[in-house]
Design a protein around this ligand. Structure first.
Ligand code: GDP
Ligand code: MG
Length: 561
């Protein structure tokens, strides 16, 4: 690279290329699509040839589907003195390659490993090369589009390939490089149609025309029409290049030599020569054009990427929160952390119990109905104590919600809940019993009794029962006295029973629960087991934490841009 160009590159281009590189190294491509250039084209249009001319690394080529997995080609411009370096990664394999000559064979092996002998696979093969002549670019080569399967290829291989291509070019971040051979009809080019489907205006599609040396005599004008956007217009336009042909391969023409021959070819052709000057022909210009396009694309995508990362971080933080925040690794800290959560849980219990109690307002209503019944039947009808078991169930459910990932802790908490609930139920029952016994003692202060008696008698008189037959007088008087007393007792019980229930099954219950549970972890013989999260949750949490770390690092990297 010329010095001046190089300085500009270092300042304007490198930071962005490096940024995306670092983000990809972090694995951010798992979270969101990163700006990339994807190469698509019909079979034998020259995709692999374009890539090898750009990278100066020979790739597998030939007839049939040669590219059977997406191939990511990461090119890095090394210093003049640096050695050629290659690294091939796929699945869990990572190989260091010493010479460019090893590449072809190793990619073939990788494809066979991932896609079998004839199939295709969506698993990515990644090839990183560093050499003094390589541009700083990352491109992805995809299998070519074919129409009919041959030999023992799967029947739907055409659709499989199209689907695979679609997952790459469908993303707004992707620049689509459509490779089209000059010697085929551009209107029937499947790859161009696919690109137009996802990018109708051609905002992110660049056409690359190959094989200009194979066109019929004097048909250059047709090619120029395409390049001048008169056939299938693309906003980014077209570029013309010439790769190694069959001749060159047989003659073993080196890639470096092929690049020289390309320039000579364009210079020798009066129709194409002006394209060189306009910088829309030759690999030299394609290479810098692609770098510029990529940087533009990166800059365009940065704000949206920042936003996406931000909202992903929020999402994960919320999810972790739901799982009880980040669980500390250290056991002592974990015990404290869990105890704090248990106390929080206890605070929710009182509200919860109150809710259960209110749902059962009928208890109060039933007490009012007792007025019509006999004193002895009151207690039998009083199922208010059942509120205890309702509160117990509600507490159990809540415990599961809070601590589901600690199965032993939950069962330990549930044992305590049962203990405390039963104890409080017994106390409430005892207290109610005492109250009923006291009522059996038949007690009422004199003033209250006379007041109620008068009230009862006046009600009788209003009904016209003022004259009482003398023979019935004693029995009648007895009935009046009994009713009067019942009325007083009912009033008292109607207030007392809910008070007792509230006191024991709401207030005392939650207070006792807090005391018992606060000490749970400190008094347990096997605290290690109690604070052990189940594997699934631990794994899920670990993964969320990894994602969070990755996204946070990515956000920090992006902050400087
Ligand atoms: P792919 O299937 O799209 O990857 O196509 P390849 O890169 O494998 O190329 C298919 C054939 O076209 C190979 O034999 C190449 O040598 C040949 N080819 C590609 N580009 C050119 C070119 O510009 N000129 C000539 N003459 N042949 C080319
Ligand atoms: Mg190919």
């Amino acid at each position: 690279m010329a010095n001046l160009l190089y300085a500009e590159y270092e300042e304007k281009v490198r930071p962005y290329i490096d940024l995306i590189d670092s983000l990809r190294k972090l694995g951010l491509n798992k979270d969101l699509p990163l700006p990339t250039i994807v190469v698509i084209g019909d079979q034998s249009s020259g995709k692999s040839s374009v890539l090898e001319m750009l990278s100066e690394v020979a790739l597998p080529r030939g007839t049939g589907i040669v590219t059977r997995c997406p191939l990511e080609l990461k090119m890095k411009n090394g210093t003049m003195a640096s050695q050629w370096k290659g690294q091939l990664t796929y699945g869990d394999v990572s190989l260091t390659l010493n010479t460019p000559q090893d590449v072809e064979e190793e990619i073939k092996k990788a494809q066979k490993h991932l896609a079998g002998k004839t199939g295709i696979s969506s698993e990515l093969i990644s090839l990183q090369v560093e050499s003094p002549c390589a541009p700083n670019l990352t491109l992805i080569d995809l299998p070519g589009i074919i129409r009919v399967p041959i030999g023992n290829q799967p029947q739907d291989i055409g659709n499989m390939i199209k689907k695979l291509i679609h997952t790459y070019i469908g993303k707004e971040e992707t620049i689509i490089l459509v490779v089209i051979a000059c010697n085929v009809d551009i209107a029937t080019t499947e790859a161009l149609k696919m690109a137009q489907e996802v990018d109708p205006n051609g905002d992110r599609t660049l056409g690359v025309l190959t094989k200009p040396d194979l066109i019929d005599r004097d048909t250059e004008k047709d090619i120029l029409k395409i390049i001048n956007n008169q056939m299938v217009p693309l906003r980014k336009g077209y570029m013309l290049i010439k790769c190694r042909g069959q001749h060159d391969l047989i003659a073993n023409t080196s890639l470096a030599n092929a690049l020289e021959k390309e320039i000579a070819f364009f210079n020798d052709n009066v129709h194409f020569r002006p394209l060189l000057e306009k910088k829309i022909a030759s690999f030299q210009h394609l290479s810098s054009r692609l770098t510029n396009e990529l940087v533009l694309q990166i800059r365009k995508c940065l704000p949206a990427m920042q936003e996406k990362i931000g909202s992903k971080i929020n999402e994960i933080v919320k999810q972790l929160d739901k799982m009880g925040g980040a669980i500390p690794e250290d056991p002592t800290t974990r015990v404290h952390n869990l105890t704090r959560r248990i106390l929080g849980y206890c605070d929710e219990i009182i509200t919860l119990a109150m809710g259960e109690y209110k749902k059962d307002y009928s208890i109060d209503m039933k007490l009012h109905d007792f007025a019509r019944d006999k004193f002895a039947e009151w207690y039998k009808k009083l199922d208010g104590v059942k509120i205890g078991s309702k509160v117990e169930t509600a507490c159990n459910t809540l415990a599961l919600q809070h601590f589901s990932s600690f199965p032993l802790l939950v069962s330990e908490i549930q044992i305590k809940i049962a203990e405390v609930c039963h104890k409080m139920e017994r106390k409430a029952e005892e207290m109610l019993n005492i109250n009923f016994k006291m009522e059996a003692m038949v007690y009422a202060p004199d003033e209250m009794y006379s007041y109620k008696l008068m009230e009862f008698q006046s009600r009788g008189q209003q009904k016209g029962n003022n004259s009482v037959a003398s023979s019935n007088f004693d029995a009648q008087a007895m009935v009046i006295h009994l009713h009067t007393y019942y009325q007083i007792a009912i009033d008292r019980l109607v207030q007392m029973v809910p008070m007792v229930l509230r006191y024991y099954l709401l207030q005392e219950l939650s207070a006792h629960m807090k005391v018992e549970l606060a000490q749970l972890l400190f008094h347990s013989k096997d605290v290690d087991a109690l604070i052990q999260e189940n594997d699934e949750t631990a794994e899920q949490r670990r993964e969320l934490k990894n994602n969070l770390d990755r996204l946070t690092q990515a956000r920090n990297l992006l902050m400087n841009y």
